[in-house]
Design a protein around this ligand. Structure first.
Ligand code: NDP
Length: 353
């Protein structure tokens, strides 16, 4: 019989024992070596994985009910999947040839995989000047989330002296959102994040006006100091107490971009999680908008938005931060680390050259 095509390593997960509450741990994942089928069928391609993504929404896929109809739960003892970029090794699909760079939202956590062509999208490496991992971040879903979230829900007006606050400001979405806020005309962009190193990076490297370390500093006091004219736009990645503090200082008729609520993802609460009575009152009395935003509902605008992001990055007006770890064996660690703030910029796992 033929020799195996590839020795393969897949990330295999098991569910929490504690149900929907609790932080994920690397032990929720296990590695397995498998052998891929030796022959491709019609319509199939063999891909080699270059980079994989870990993202907060994956925490919802670890629950039996993800709470969102566009997200399926990961299955116990099946290979997990998420955003990935790779290169076609061999193809029996007319749309793809060996050497093509492709992406998918449902890339298996494997070093190599047999995939159906219809699950893949070909991308142009020139869009990212060869930085292929950007397709998972700044020129991918998190960049789109920042740009389209701001454009659809932010109502930034040039010349109106708007102040923007971003929570989760040093993360994948937040780090891009703050830079777009500045480019779109905010006079002040204040970031809230979880370490002094992150604060330094978003101010010195990305051009945020001020950064607040929510672990060490009093957020309401620092917000008062750094937003003397109140807050007009809030890009919310985290929810919880940080968002309560921001909302308390928002102006009449201001806008929240409800991007995510990561501070609540390890808890058994619906999405979006319920607000405190006081915050709810603040929203109503000050006529603050807070509409749910899901980037997947705006994919008809993705191509134009990706071009805009690509041009900004190529021209140096947007800087991209990434935290890269090597090796498929570190997927579980990287996911859990990102959920606890171990990343600056997009958390990426490099699988092969
Ligand atoms: P990030 O790169 O921002 O990584 C997650 C970050 O969240 C960590 O680095 C950590 O930074 C912060 N964090 C973790 N726990 C807490 C907490 N309890 N309180 C405050 N901050 C916390 O991830 P993404 O950029 O990929 O995602 C950011 C948000 O955007 C998430 O809520 C995600 O669900 C959402 N999202 C929404 C989309 C949409 O369509 N609406 C699409 C994509 C993402 P720190 O050190 O600062 O605590």
């Amino acid at each position: 019989s033929k020799p195996p095509l590839h020795r393969n390593i897949g990330g295999i997960m098991s569910h929490f024992h504690s149900g929907k509450n609790g932080a994920p741990v690397p032990e929720n994942f296990r590695l397995e070596e498998i052998t891929l089928a030796p022959d491709l069928k019609d319509g199939e391609v063999l891909v080699r994985t270059l980079y994989l993504s870990v993202d907060p929404y994956m925490r919802c896929r670890m629950n039996e009910d993800t709470g969102a109809d566009y997200l399926t739960p990961w299955q116990i003892s099946k290979c997990v999947d998420g955003g990935g970029v790779g290169v076609i090794d061999s193809s029996r699909c007319n749309n793809f040839a060996a050497g093509d760079v492709v992406i998918s939202f449902n890339w298996p956590w494997q070093t190599h995989a047999v995939m159906t062509g219809s699950d893949l999208q070909k991308v142009d490496p020139q869009l990212v000047d060869g930085h292929l991992s950007y397709f998972l971040g700044a020129v991918g879903i998190t960049g789109l989330t920042a740009l389209l979230g701001i454009r659809e829900k932010g109502h930034i007006t040039k010349g109106a002296n708007h102040t923007m606050v971003v929570s989760g400001a040093a993360g994948a979405c937040g780090s891009i959102a703050g830079q777009i806020g500045r480019l779109d005309g905010c006079v002040r962009v204040v970031g809230i994040c979880g370490s002094d190193q992150k604060c330094k990076a978003i101010v010195e490297d990305l051009g945020f006006s001020t950064a607040i370390n929510y672990h060490l500093e009093d957020v309401p006091t620092k917000l008062k100091e750094s937003c003397p004219d109140g807050i007009d736009v809030y890009f919310d990645n985290v929810g919880g107490a940080i968002s309560d503090a921001v909302i308390a200082q928002m102006n009449n008729g201001s806008h929240i971009i409800l991007c995510g609520q990561i501070s609540q993802y390890n808890k058994d609460v619906p999405y979006p999680p319920p607000l405190s009575e006081e915050t709810q009152k603040n929203l109503q009395s000050k006529n603050i908008t807070r509409e749910r935003f899901t980037v997947l509902n705006y994919m008809s605008k993705a191509d134009a938005a990706l071009c805009e992001l690509s041009q900004w990055i190529k021209s140096g007006r947007i800087k991209v931060l990434e935290t890269v770890v090597n090796g498929i064996e570190n997927m579980g660690d990287a996911f859990c680390s990102m959920m606890k703030g171990g990343n600056i910029g997009k958390q990426i796992i490099k699988i092969s050259h």
